[in-house]
Design a binder for this molecule. Sequence first.
Ligand code: URA
Length: 446
Amino acid sequence: MGFNILKFIEVKRDGGEHSRSDIEGFVNGLMDGSVKDYQAAAWLMGAFIRGLTMSEMSYLTTALANSGDVFKLPANGFSVDKHSTGGVGDKVTLVLVPLVASLGIPVAKLSGRGLGFTGGTVDKLESIPGMNMHLSIEDFKTQVAQIGCAVSGHSLQLAPAEGKLYHLRDVTSTVPSMGLIATSIVSKKIAGGADGFVFDVKWGRGALMETYDGAVALGRLLVDLSSSLGHPSRAVLTSMEQPLGDWVGNAAEVREALEVLMGEGPSSTREVSLLLAREMVLLARRASSPDEALDMCRRALDGGSALERFAMMVERQGGDPRVTDPSTWDRLLPLAPERAVVIAEEDGFMAGIDTRAIGEALRTLGGGRIRKEDPIDHGVAIKVHCSVGQPVSRGDVLLEILGRTKGAAEEAAATLGGSLVISKEPVDSIPLVGEILYPLERVAKS
Ligand code: URA
């Protein structure tokens, strides 16, 4: 008998488990239009409430990944991809891609635009004049084969059924389901063609998962699901209790990433980039110990080979490679001209930074979008001068806002004043990274 959507919805409604062929029937129906949006929405709510078993997740992930093109990268070594669950000031991809590629590990990175309060790599790299972030599939593959790395926006042809489901989840309040999030992320990674994945799973006020335990649960699922489908992977937990590094904003984040590629820059951005790069090197089996892998990554940053690879990638994608020279930044990566500040009104210790509010303020300044098609202002930015736990004195600058007009910068400063909490009592600093999750070892039966 053929696929029956009503039976399919009933099975999930009543807490049953789907077979592989039923899930394939559902995804085929999404693609050919025989499954209507209202039916898919009803099933999504069932899946949200009842959950998905590991088998259902792996059938769904495979069916979604196979619903469009699946990139086949040229076989020039084990390729790795990194995926971040999204954050504020997260410019790690810009450092990681050339760094890992400079160590001879191919990196094929498909990235998104920012949406909501989090930024996106495509928008950040488009701050560089001329940069083409929409490579054709052929150009993407050739570039990875020839210079070892490429970063491009998602092609519409990748996992299109996932795109349909994601849109329906967005408008039916069914996004925050662990099983649906994991299948959504892993299906796109598989369609992207890399052999192994490193997931940067963020926790905190500026993250998809607000609690540490929630982030661990998602990381565990991402790693187990990917590994069970033949893609070795690991998840690194990193904090979004405060923005990463000093700067939030497109051109400003490219500048900060370039500083890190020069062996300088804020230690937090450098540390997270090095840790994720280390895990990518280990996943690709290019080092025999974490220390050896970290050493290789440090040398690539401090010796200039990662920066050189960044320049090659920029040039290859139509951008101006002189951007790697800081003396060009005012011309090639200009920042918005008007400045306002948030200052400490009392002595004490930084007790809380509302990361999400900072991301939202950047969006209001024009650095992000409300609708997908909105244009963005690459030059607006927010510099974060404080971190949780740090002592502050009355009058210290805590945030610096660069806006297109004085009024916009001052309005952002007024709003953000309420997003910082100062305590009279000392406050512990927040760890930057948490645990690293590996696939569960299979226990051999005796
Ligand atoms: N990011 C994704 O790609 N999918 C989700 O479901 C949530 C975050």
